[in-house]
Design a protein around this ligand. Structure first.
Ligand SMILES: [Zn+2]
Length: 115
């Protein structure tokens, strides 16, 4: 995305081959991919939010990909809740550690809350 134009899933899926924008750029999801730089303003905002948070729930990550994994080091509140299928370097710091898929765990939480 060079021009910032946004496309719906239907338009992307119906494109022959690699979907291209009107401006000639390649259309990609609006997420940060591996080895892409993080937006400085968003990154600073995330750091501030974590530093001020009372509760932190982290899920679906091995907490081994930096710099995002380093956010947890800025958290000084309690509780820290970790949900992941495998061990993370921060398991010993967690107040609540749930071993499982984030999708399955949160689905059950929602079921409980609704039922
Ligand atoms: Zn474009």
């Amino acid at each position: 995305m060079q021009c910032g134009a946004s496309y719906g899933l239907d338009e992307v899926l119906s494109a022959p081959g690699v979907p291209h924008c009107r401006c000639g750029g390649i259309i990609k999801p609006d997420v940060v991919l591996y080895e892409e730089p993080l937006d400085e303003t968003i990154w600073r905002g995330a750091q501030e939010a974590v530093a001020e948070a009372d509760v932190m729930l982290v899920g679906g990550t091995s907490l081994s990909v930096y710099p995002a994994a380093g956010l947890i080091q800025l958290f000084s509140g309690e509780p820290l809740v970790l949900i992941n299928k495998s061990a993370t370097p921060y398991d010993s710091r967690a107040n609540l550690l749930i071993c499982g898929s984030i999708g399955q765990v949160l689905s059950k939480v929602v079921e409980r809350l609704n039922g």
